[in-house]
Design a protein around this ligand. Structure first.
Ligand SMILES: Cc1cc2nc3c(=O)[nH]c(=O)nc-3n(C[C@H](O)[C@H](O)[C@H](O)COP(=O)(O)OP(=O)(O)OC[C@H]3O[C@@H](n4cnc5c(N)ncnc54)[C@H](O)[C@@H]3O)c2cc1C
Length: 290
């Protein structure tokens, strides 16, 4: 029996990357490698060819465009934290600052975090509440879809094996919503969230005109909770009694929408209770406009 040796590819353009993937659909895409190399080392995924995305210019850069913010798939958490985003995308910057420690943040990319398919993926809920749209390149050309349609379950996305996540776009209006990210963890910097939540609020003249609430690690995929968002709409943020009651209703809606599991990090019951806590904390933080 002959075993084919595994190959490493370093394409210099998205066309090159797509051509290699079309020829080798079993190949793994490599971004920062903080998940992939671990998975290969521990035999969690089958060893195969590797296509390194580091040299693909279309996947790089964080650009502020008149229409909004475009974040390339290989932008790292450290690059996100260094970007001059001002008050925009606060939940995303908070999530990036909580992902792993400083060394991991230097390598871990936005695209890798989203495509790993973890229910706890740090930047997922933050991008969901900012209404992010993902750009995907494949043999049929480029396409866009709402971020929520990317997630298919633990370790799974809806991308075809020969497709690449190119970047994420957030409209100027959505990027300006006041937002916050909160998580419960055991050991900061070496652990992923037990549960997490992001909240984004469109506050005009002191009143929440629109809201989005997303929860992580409480279902097989990170998810938006429209009922929790509805509980916050129309609330005057300066009215503490009203805001606390609305946050409690949002927390209850998020708990009802959750179906967490028990694993080595926490029990389902604890997770369920903590969903309400992270939602309330994120509402409180987002209601204080940055
Ligand atoms: C010590 C440690 C602490 C960690 N802490 C956290 C944490 O707190 N929170 C958290 O969410 N994660 C954490 N992680 C996991 C990991 O760092 C993140 O998920 C990271 O963002 C993955 O990005 P990456 O660039 O390293 O992805 P990679 O490991 O390169 O890739 C991950 C997966 O995504 C696929 N992929 C990558 N880019 C693309 C693309 N453009 N298109 C299609 N598919 C793609 C790869 O093929 C692979 O399947 C931690 C990891 C370690 C080792």
């Amino acid at each position: 029996m002959t075993t084919r040796s595994r190959e490493y590819f370093a394409p210099g353009s998205i066309e090159d990357a797509l051509r290699i993937l079309a020829e080798r659909p079993q190949a793994h895409l490599l971004a920062g490698g903080t998940d992939l190399l671990n998975d290969l080392r521990h035999g969690i995924i089958e060893a195969s060819d590797v296509v390194d995305l580091a040299g693909v210019p279309e996947l790089r850069g964080l650009e502020e465009e008149p229409a909004g913010v475009r974040i390339g798939a290989t932008v790292t958490m450290r690059e996100l934290l260094a970007a001059p985003l001002g008050d925009r995308l606060r939940a995303l910057r908070e999530a990036a600052g909580l992902l792993g420690g400083r060394q991991i943040q230097a390598a871990a990319t936005v695209g890798g975090n989203l495509c790993q398919g973890s229910p706890a993926a740090e930047v997922a809920t933050a991008l969901l509440v900012h209404g992010a749209v993902v750009e995907v390149a494949g043999p049929q050309g480029w396409r866009s879809m709402p971020l929520e349609r990317l997630f298919a379950g633990p370790r799974r996305t809806t991308l075809a094996p020969e497709e690449v996540l190119v970047g994420v776009r957030v409209s100027a209006a959505d990027a300006g919503w006041s937002s916050a990210y909160r998580r419960i963890d055991l050991r900061r910097s070496v652990d992923i969230a037990i549960v997490s939540a992001s909240v984004a609020l469109d506050i005009k003249v002191g009143v929440i005109r629109s809201a989005r609430v997303a929860v992580g690690a409480a279902r097989p995929v990170p998810f938006l909770v429209p009922e929790a968002a509805a509980a916050l709409e129309g609330i005057a943020v300066a009215d503490e009694t009203e805001l606390v009651a609305a946050a409690e209703s949002a927390a209850e809606a998020a708990r009802s929408a959750s179906s967490p599991i028990t694993d080595v990090r926490a029990g389902a019951e604890y997770r369920h209770a903590m969903v309400g806590i992270v939602v309330k904390r994120a509402v409180g933080a987002a209601a204080v406009e940055s």
